[in-house]
Design a protein around this ligand. Sequence first.
Ligand SMILES: Cc1ncc(COP(=O)(O)O)c(C=O)c1O
Length: 394
Amino acid sequence: MKSDITKLLDRDNYENMDQKPVVPPIYQNTLFTFDNWEAIDKAYDDPTNNCIYTRGKNPSNDIVERKLAELAHGEKAKLFSSGMSAISAALFHYAKPNGHIIAIKNIYGPANNFIQHYLVDKMGMSVTFITGNDLSEFEDSIKEDTCIIYLESPSSVVFSLQDLEGVSKLAKKSGIKTVVDNTWATPLYQKPLDFGVDMEVHSCSKYLGGHSDIVAGIAIGSEADIDQIYNHEHAFIGGKMSPFESWLLLRSLRTLHLRMNQHQKSGMKVANFLENHPEVSKVYYPGLDSFDQADLAKKQMTGFTSLMSFELVTQDLNKIKKFVNSLKVFQIGVSWGGFESLVYVPAISYLKEMSPETFKKTGLSLSNIRISVGLEDSEDIISDLNNALEIIRE
Ligand SMILES: Cc1ncc(COP(=O)(O)O)c(C=O)c1O
C-alpha cells in the first residue's frame, strides 16, 4: 500500500499516451475526433468514461480527478470551475423538492447564501442552521423530509468542528445524505469519506492550488454519485474546469505534502505566539491544546494547516484598522491557503451586508481577524504580528 505522499507523486501520464514525458502535456482541445462511425458509436456507449467533448471528460482534468479521488479514499471525483460550482452541484444533486436541509451556521458565506436564497427562496426547500457542536443538535433538527446535512469542518471564521463519524451514522439511519466542505484540512489531513460522509467538496483555490493562481473546485464520492453529477449537474450547468488550470493543479499537488507541513509548523508557532500575547483575547485554531474541540480535532484530522482567526482585546474600530494597516509581511486579501501570508477582517464584508446591531447578534467580534499563515520564514511572520500588536498597545 503506497503512502499518500508517494501517490501524490505517482506518474501522471494519461493511459493512452505513447511517450512518457515527466510532466504530462495540457490537453487544451475542445473535442476529440474519431476515425470512423464505429469508433464514435463505441465511445457513446459509455460517454462518462470516454473523451468526446471537453465539457465532459478531458485527460488533463481526468488525471487530477483520479489523483484526488485516490487521496480522499473516494471512488471517483469531478472537477469544477470553482469551489462554489462544486458545492452547488453537490447540493443540487442531493436536493429534493420541498426537502429540508440541516446546515452549520458558520459555513462559507456564499454557500449559506446559495442555500437560503436559492434552494429555500426559489426551490421551496427549508433549512435549519445549527452550531453543529453537539450530536444532539443534529438529532433534534432531523425532520421527516430532511434530505441533506451540509457540514463544514472546521467551519469558517471560528473553525468549529463537527463529529463526522457521529453525524454520518445518524444521517445514514434516517436515509439522509451528508456533504462536507473539507477545504480547510485538505484530503491530506482529513478523510471524511472514511468516516461515512457521502460526499466531500473542496475549493481547490486554497491549499490544493496553493500558488494563488487557480480558481477551481472538486466533488469526491462514490462512483454512482459522481457519475450522476457528471451527467446532470456538471453537464447541465456546465461549470467545467479548464484543462490549463488542471495542469497547474497537478503541479501544485506534487508539493502539497511539503507545503502543508510547513503551513502547519508555522501555523502552530503563530497560534502559540498569539495565544500568549496580552493584546489578543482569543485564538481560534483547532491545532491548539486549548481549543474547545481539541480532542475531536486530533481524532478526525492528522494535521492542522495555517488558517486561523483571533480576537483583539480592543473593540475600537480605529485601533483594529491600525493593526491591519501596520502589517507588512501580511497582505490584505479575501482568499487563503496560498504561499503568501494574508490577513482579512470578516467584519469588513459583514458590515456591508448588515447593520452593526444585526452583526452583534451573529455573536462574532468586530475585532475577529483571520490570517492565512504563508510559507515565509515564521520568525518574520511572528515579528510582523508582534510589531502591529505593539503599535496598537501604545
Ligand atoms: C471554506 C470555503 N469553501 C468554499 C469556498 C469557495 O471556493 P471558490 O472561491 O473556489 O469558489 C471558499 C472560498 O473562499 C471557502 O473559503
